[in-house]
Write a new protein. Sequence first.
Length: 227
Amino acid sequence: MTTAATYADLAPLMSRLTGAEKHTPSATSTLDVLWVLYDRILRIDPQAPDDPDRDRFLLSKGHGPMAYYAVLAAHGFFPAEWLSGFAGPDSRLGHHPDRQLLPGVEISSGSLGHGLGTATGLALGLRAQGNPAKTFVLVGDAELDEGSNHEAIVVAAAYELDTLTTIVVDNNSASLGWPGGIAQRFELEGWSTSTVDGRDHEALAAALSTRAPRQPRAVVAVVEPKG
């Protein structure tokens, strides 16, 4: 999907969101991944966000939606004016994204550990329907401490879900750590992986465009440490 908006438009869009609950470090860690996904990778029309043939994007890291909201507004899913009322009593933009309130939002998220399992089930369901749409899910490195993710990693590989891509934004905030690196955890189960600079748009686009037959895909996007 392409748009007349540019990456430079995101800063003023995000500045419309105010208040202490923006979770700025969490949000800005995802900014470049989100931009590349919506600008270059996802097949989705903001004028038809419920098209059954659309690619699906799930923001599991939903507790910092500021960048997500800005990218959706930049691509025309809803008016930029909505950003100014962030988390207000009449706003559709809450501290966590709500799929019932915002066009283009696939899941209500923010409770860590749910997105990857949901994406795995969604990819399985689409395949069962004969729908070739791709499924992308963005998680944080700390979120991978949740055990539900380990189960989803195993299941997605066992079912050879090559339409599923997981993006892990690594800002070095995990408590438990990953011996050998995050990518290795996925590789051990049979995923195709890449580890890239999470601020490098060309590297992100190349990694997100790469697919391997019968293998789900994991892209680890490394950004500056949180805080």
